[in-house]
Write a protein that binds this ligand. Structure first.
Ligand code: ADP
Ligand code: MG
Length: 234
């Protein structure tokens, strides 16, 4: 069983003036490839901090983080940005689309860091738009889309560099139940195709779509429960 990621004794301390907030207080977990993990827990329990560290958007204060075989915690900022761009897809609750750009351009954003975009890249972005059901909305701007459509664009953008690891922080938190179901079906399909997914949610029915449920409280793991086998790896 190959591991997509492993964290050991991960800690995160935020310092605000002379006050310290211990957001993660020693988290150790293995994430096998093909897993689909829901992270639950009360507000303030450290879920977003954990996901941001996994997504290389933030660094741990101590502990180790291996992404595949690479020790991410030891990397300099440039290497970390590269790992983030190439190997991780991040989906945000509030979509984080750029309002001035069209759907297609938003999906292309992760490619801009490469310096140049080839015709094949553009074609691939169109295919991703099709995959998430936005093939007929390529020229729309985010304000011309529903919340569900914006999140579809966010998911397509997260897939541009073909990452094996997808992280989603309350991706359906702003969506109604019908649209939530559509987004969850998209995530199911990505996981069935072999992507490893970690999703933060506070909704039980969303969490039960996953293969494993982890509960955090006060920065530590309370429970880690497998509810389905891993997705088969191709
Ligand atoms: P959750 O996503 O589970 O609601 P967070 O990871 O956002 O929890 O926050 C965990 C704890 O860390 C909270 O007490 C929060 O106030 C604190 N925290 C989060 N981000 C910061 C920050 N940038 N600076 C200071 N404290 C923070
Ligand atoms: Mg949060």
């Amino acid at each position: 069983m190959r591991l997509a990621a492993r964290v050991q004794d991960l800690r995160k301390v935020y310092r605000l003036g002379d006050e310290e907030v211990h957001a993660l207080r020693g988290v150790s977990l293995d994430f096998p490839e093909g897993d689909y993990v829901a992270v639950m827990g009360p507000s303030g329990s450290g879920k977003s901090t954990f996901l941001n560290v996994l997504g290389c958007l933030d660094r741990p204060s101590s502990g180790s983080y291996f992404l595949g075989d690479e020790d991410v915690a030891q990397m300099d900022d440039d290497s970390l940005s590269e790992v983030r761009a190439q190997r991780i897809g991040f989906v945000f609750q509030s979509y984080n689309l750029i309002p001035q750009l069209t759907v297609l351009e938003n999906i292309e954003v992760p490619l801009y860091y490469r310096g140049h975009i080839t015709a094949e890249d553009r074609q691939r972005c169109r295919e991703l738009a099709d995959l998430v059901g936005l093939g007929k909305r390529l020229g729309h701007r985010p304000t011309q889309l529903s919340g569900g459509q914006q999140q579809r664009a966010g998911i397509a953008r997260s897939l541009v560099n073909n990452p094996r690891f997808i992280l989603a922080d309350e991706p359906t938190g702003n969506l109604d139940s019908v649209t939530t179901a559509e987004i969850l079906t998209l995530l199911d399909n990505l996981n069935a195709a072999g992507k490893t997914i970690i999703l933060v949610t506070h909704e039980d029915d969303v969490a039960h779509r996953a293969r494993r449920i982890i509960r955090l409280k006060d920065g530590v793991i309370q429970t880690d429960q497998r509810i389905r086998e891993l997705a088969l790896q191709g």
